[in-house]
Design a protein around this ligand. Structure first.
Ligand code: HEM
Length: 158
């Protein structure tokens, strides 16, 4: 196996863990917590579960980024960022950048406190917002995966 193939394998394994986890939180954890837990316990229950995923996601997001930039360098594919046919290259970096900022900067700095304070005041509204935000990010990630799979294997839309 050459190093480009190894990077591709690591890229996909990291994505399976990361986006699979986001899918699980969006489709299973959030709806369950909203339905089952008492209103005042929802935030703590959700943080207990998601708090275990976040440190793991930091590793898979980092691995996806490193393997992605390695492949870009190895393929000398920087020119793609300026071409419409390769919209999925920009989409990959955009999705990666959003999750990186949320996990490494926003969550430790203010998102955590904002969530607790808002959930104590308005649990219903806060969880509806958090669910919507997860659904938007998940949709963007899935569209990106579909576009990158198709694009990397020669299917061009434009
Ligand atoms: C810093 C961020 C990233 C960079 C620089 C990057 C770069 C790359 C590169 C260069 C390839 C190989 C393309 C080719 O063979 O022509 C690739 C493949 C791929 N990437 Fe990314 N990527 C990043 C993040 C992501 C993210 C966040 C996703 C999904 C949400 C993603 C999904 C994929 C998929 C599905 C493939 C196709 C693998 C295949 O079938 O060969 N990437 N990426």
């Amino acid at each position: 196996m050459d190093d480009l193939t190894l990077a591709r394998v690591l890229h996909i394994l990291a994505l399976v863990h990361w986006i699979g986890g986001v899918f699980f939180v969006t489709a299973v954890v959030l709806p369950s917590v909203r339905r089952l837990a008492q209103a005042e316990k929802r935030a703590a229950t959700f943080e207990e579960i998601e708090g275990r995923f976040a440190p793991q996601a930091k590793i898979s997001v980092t691995l996806a980024g490193l393997s992605g930039f390695y492949m870009t360098w190895k393929l000398d594919a920087w020119y793609r960022f300026a071409e419409a046919d390769y919209w999925w290259m920009q989409a990959m970096v955009a999705v990666w950048a959003i999750f990186t900022v949320v996990l490494f900067i926003a969550e430790p700095l203010f998102l955590h406190d904002w969530f607790r304070t808002r959930a104590a005041r308005d649990p219903e509204g806060t969880f509806a917002f958090v669910q919507r935000a997860h659904a938007v990010l998940l949709t963007a990630s899935l569209v990106t995966i579909a576009g990158a799979m198709a694009g990397a294997h020669g299917w061009f839309v434009f």
